[in-house]
Design a protein around this ligand. Structure first.
Ligand code: ZN
Length: 149
């Protein structure tokens, strides 16, 4: 199977079966984000223990890119500390803005080795308008986490 097809299947799987979609009963942090260019809406809820995200919910509506990105993000950040999440977010950002996989710090021979399912979104960088869709859950997460300390 070509890599592009594999990535498309991963994106559709997250879109159709979003992970951690069930809203949390008593979130410590919550933020809502919108991408007016596409009409995407994402809500991020976090349960914190110290600076660790022990539970997460991501729900909303919009295109397959925004919603699958939120689902993938929820899997990537659950159980992680703020510092670990910031490192993942930085890698994701460079993946979406770099010229190619190698420049983004990914290993083309081992798909998913660095960022897991999130790497399926890298094809989106060829469509600048859609990068905002993929980034929406992450900017909303940033808002939910708030300033450090
Ligand atoms: Zn969108």
């Amino acid at each position: 199977m070509a890599l592009e097809e594999l990535y498309r299947d991963v994106i559709l799987d997250h879109y159709r079966n979003p992970r951690h979609r069930q809203p949390l009963e008593a979130p410590d942090r919550r933020a809502e984000g919108v991408n007016p260019l596409c009409g995407d809406e994402v809500t991020v809820e976090l349960k914190m223990e110290g600076d660790r995200v022990v539970d997460v919910a991501v729900h909303g509506q919009g295109c397959s890119i925004s919603q699958s990105s939120g689902s993938m993000m929820s899997e990537a950040i659950k159980g992680k500390t703020r510092a670990e999440i910031e490192a993942i977010a930085a890698k994701f950002h460079s993946m979406m803005t770099a010229e190619d996989e190698t420049a983004a710090g990914l290993d083309p021979s081992r798909p998913g080795a660095v960022l897991g399912d999130l790497e399926a979104l890298q094809g989106v960088r060829r469509y600048p308008v859609r990068i905002k869709c993929a980034a929406l859950p992450w900017t909303t997460l940033e808002e939910a986490l708030g300033p450090a300390g």
